[in-house]
Design a protein around this ligand. Structure first.
Ligand code: G4P
Length: 305
């Protein structure tokens, strides 16, 4: 899957993040509860070191609650890390981020100094919504097209907290192809940069194996077909997504299932578990080692000849 979504301002953002991270007390990383690993930024993980961090599993209203628990446990096991599971309709819960900032930066919280917290998150995870809830007013623009925040800003919150906002950055290269698909399914990647049929096919395959009951209920299907293509055709027939000649318009069906996944109409679905992602990370590392060895081998044979 080829994705072209790395706008120029994101390079600048990386540099700014590095500088800001060194000067703050707490890092608040917002992730999408439906794809916590894929919606994290590896650059942040690389730059974070042991900075006290709050992982905010946002959009939990759309995620599978059982798997969200698994992710909570996963992050809680990481040193200097706290987690908060929340969604936009529960502002009280979102505002708990402020008390967590004090808890995690405890050496500072009893002093008169303010706590400096930096909030990061890839586009579309709901970072602007969270900032507005914490600030109690509209500061950041909420919108459905990714990469809305373009410049850093400082926001004075209650309880002696200064929030440093950063542009929504993604990483320059998605090493794990499954993460690329999941990000595209979730809407984190601009719609113009994705191939609907490719993404829709991946989603259909995953839903078919992991959430068959939700599909049956949503699309009124008694016996699900075995393959994603048959499933898409079945949904297309039920939704009248036909093209000339009576064939199902696959592009349209893929649009339907992606849209209905994104707004939660299919049900509460999570696209990855800690176990799945651990196995994928291992595989990616193995491929990287193989590629490196191959490169070295080629280099040596080029030198000889
Ligand atoms: P960003 O700054 O990280 O890019 O995200 P932003 O807050 O702009 O939110 C992106 C979209 O996600 C918005 O929807 C927003 O309403 C939605 N959203 C944010 N938090 C949650 C949540 O906890 N649950 C659910 N279900 N949705 C959430 P939109 O349709 O793009 O915009 P709008 O129509 O809501 O204005």
């Amino acid at each position: 899957m080829s994705i072209n979504w790395y706008p120029g301002h994101m390079h600048k953002a990386r540099k700014e993040i590095m500088q800001t991270l060194n000067s703050v007390d707490v890092l608040i990383e917002v992730v999408d509860a439906r794809l916590p690993y894929s919606s994290q930024n590896p650059i942040i993980a690389e730059l974070r070191h042991d900075k006290p961090t709050i992982i905010v599993l946002n959009k939990c209203d759309l995620a599978d609650p059982d798997i969200t628990h698994l992710w909570e446990d996963h992050y809680c096991a990481i040193e200097n890390t706290k987690t908060l599971v929340c969604h936009q309709k529960d502002p009280q819960k979102i505002r708990k981020i402020m008390s967590l900032c004090h808890d995690i930066a405890h050496e500072k919280s009893n002093s008169f100094k303010a706590i400096n917290a930096m909030i990061v998150g890839i586009p579309n995870v709901g970072k602007s919504t969270i900032i507005n809830t914490l600030a109690g007013k509209i500061i950041a623009k909420v919108g459905n097209e990714p990469a809305v925040t373009k410049r850093q800003q400082k926001i004075n919150l209650e309880h002696k907290i200064i929030l440093h906002d950063t542009p929504g950055i993604l990483w320059p290269k998605i090493e794990n192809p499954n993460s690329g698909y999941r990000l595209a399914i979730s809407g984190a990647i601009k719609n113009t940069a994705i191939d609907y049929e490719d993404i829709g096919f991946y989603a259909a395959e995953y839903f078919l194996t992991t959430y068959p009951q939700l599909l049956c209920a949503r699309y009124n299907i008694d016996a699900l077909p075995n393959s994603p293509i048959e499933l898409l055709e079945e949904i297309g027939l039920r939704r009248g997504a036909k093209q000339s000649g009576g064939r199902v318009n696959l592009h349209k069906v893929c649009e339907v299932i992606l849209h209905e996944f994104r707004n939660g109409s299919i049900g509460r679905i999570t696209l990855e578990t800690p176990e799945i992602t651990q196995a994928e990370i291992k595989k990616v590392k193995e491929i990287q080692i193989e590629k490196k060895a191959l490169k070295e081998k080629r280099k040596k044979s080029n030198k000889k000849s």
